[in-house]
Design a protein around this ligand. Sequence first.
Ligand SMILES: Nc1ncnc2c1ncn2[C@@H]1O[C@H](COP(=O)(O)OP(=O)(O)OP(=O)(O)O)[C@@H](O)[C@H]1O
Length: 776
Amino acid sequence: MEKISVCLRVRPLNQKEINDNEIIAWDGSDSKIQLNKICLKDLIAQKKVVNSLIYEFNHCYGQQADNYYLFSTSVKQVIMQSLDGINGTVIMYGQTGSGKTFTMLGKRNQEMLQNNNSNIQQLIKESFANNQYNDVGILIYSMMELFKQINIDEKRQFEIKCSYYEIYNEFIYDLLREENELSEPLIFGTDYRKEFVIKNIKEYNVTSIEDVITCISKGEKNRHYAETILNHQSSRSHTIFKVLISAYSNESEEEENFTFSTEACINFIDLAGSEKISSCPISDDVTRNSNRKDRNKESSAINKSLFFLTRVIALKTQKVPPQHIPYRNSTLTKLLKSSLTGNFKTLILLSINPGLSQYDQTQSTLRFGTSAKLVESKIEQNVNFDASYSNNQQKLNQLIQKNKQNEKTISDQQKIIDSLKQQLQASNYSEILTNLKQSEVQLASKPSVSQFNETDVSLLEKTQELNSQLQQEMDKNILLEKNCTELHKRLQKSNEQILTYFNSHKEMEQQIKELRLQNEKYEKLSQNALNRLSCYEGQPNFKKFSLDELQNLEHQIQQCLQEIKIEKQRRNSFQQLNIDAMPLFTQPTETLRSDRSSASQDFRRIEEEDSVTKSQKKTPKKDGKLLQPKKQQQSYFKATSNRLSTLSNYENKSPLLKKPKNRDAQNFAKKVQDQKNQKPSQIQNEYRSKSNDSHSKQKGAQQPQQEQSKLKNDIQSLADRLYSLSEKFQLNRDTKVSQVRKSTNVNRPEIIYETESELLGDSRSTVHKSNRSAIK
Ligand SMILES: Nc1ncnc2c1ncn2[C@@H]1O[C@H](COP(=O)(O)OP(=O)(O)OP(=O)(O)O)[C@@H](O)[C@H]1O
């Protein structure tokens, strides 16, 4: 047993109610609703309530909830179960103007139906696009869902039928009938289960949502509306939109030889307003234009039916329900009997106006809902095993019809043959003969009546089978096409990737080529080195190295080379210094020369003076230079002659210094360098002595010129630096070479020198070599 679901929807206040300063009386949550504190106080003061009442339902939808949300959270499950043969009923209950029709049909759909505009697809599209889910009602959303599920179900075939009728003044009217038949009320009968059924109601086959809209549209036109003050378009009848869903399984149960099928119906019931007549005043216009008696009659019929509905529910929910429940008291209860007694999944949607002024009506709706939710029903699946039989019966009828047609064709053909035969007997026309033959052939190709009966059934089955196979193949084809396009896309992507890989592969090949060349070069180098190394293999101290040792050795050599390189750079800078210093070297030579000539002149003059002094025995003149004492003169003479001899000595030893002043500076520097490389210490000494000589001569000559002394100083410092650097350079070299020798135990300077020049790319390896030997 399953309890009836009861949900509540609270509509927002409309503009008129806002203008009238209507107060919202109710606070709702997910499943509960209660009077808010301010209104509760008021009502307690008015002695309408004693304390707060909390009403609880399956779901409470607030003012913001829309139709689609309501459908998806409550109605959808009823629809889904109907596809499996479980009946369903969705009942809208509430006072007039509380939003029952709004929920059932939707805001814009309602207008659309009244304006003969049936572009439902457009409306649905727009409502989804604009998030206006109140434009369409739960009925359309349900039917949409139904068709959606049917279309994706491959194992079953469905047949959907719709009927639309109303209970007006306790009479049932078929809303889908033509206008002239509308006034004829329908009557009740009972089916084999003793359930009430409406006789002769029209059922329309529907295959799309458009078909459904056509039905509703037709019904809405015929529906009885009347204007009340509470609601401009108040429904004055209970309307029922009934949907019959029959499902046939495609897979027959071999053993039992029947086709499994289910049947279910869903009733969408929009009840008329549940208000009391007293609280439902009729507008003046209506009073003027129509019969007030009619309106009262309508209202009393509505109220009566709703009263009996409430009563039935109350009886059913008693602790011990009475054996007899008076369903027959009203048309509505008769109709709802099956929905309330069992085998129906029933959902009651209560709608309320939240205004304080509508408190009594709302309270009555809430009470109805509270008792309704206690009603239990036994839900079972409606399985119809007879459906296969009726289905087969239908097929048989079709075959019989076909046979009849074929029989007629055969008899027609026979008649033609007979007439042709007669013609043939009358004359021997070949044309007639051929016609006859053709007719006979045609006739032979047609199955006989008896044959037809047997073969046609199997043919039909085969055709169906082939059709389904064809469908399957087509589906497969579509799938394959999809896969193909997908694969094609992937292939394109892969091609692009291959192209990029190809390009990078090309680049890498080029790089590999270059690396190979380098490798070859290095291999050659290492081969050369190995060859040279092999020369030493025979030597007694030769030791074979492990890879680590060789690597270590190589590292040391690299370090040594690095230092050599630095020394080289230093030497280059010395060269540059030499070039810069060249004019300084040439200058003192010239000065020395002039010194020598002036000194020899002085010497001669002193000798002359000496001889004159000797002969005349006179005191020397007072002009300084010539008035020196003899001792001084002698020592000066001695010093000068010493200096001169040193200079000439120096000139003999260093012919380069004798070179004229305009000699090419570069050449000079180079040769100085060469000389320095050969005998650095000797040259340095010479420079020193030269410098000293020059200094002392200048002193002796008493020609203290500042410039000259500065130049001399410069030369001296340069010479010193050159000397020390050259010494240092030699020392470094020797130390390194001896270190390497020590570490390798082999005396093989050639290897180092050659490797150095090869690795540094120095074309002057021979110079280094010779230099090295010189240094050694
Ligand atoms: N949830 C809602 N949001 C906005 N407007 C609503 C809502 N519910 C109802 N309305 C408006 O309230 C008015 C009355 O609604 P509706 O006609 O659906 O009431 P009803 O309960 O069907 O009344 P009756 O029983 O008299 O037919 C309509 O103008 C409708 O647009």
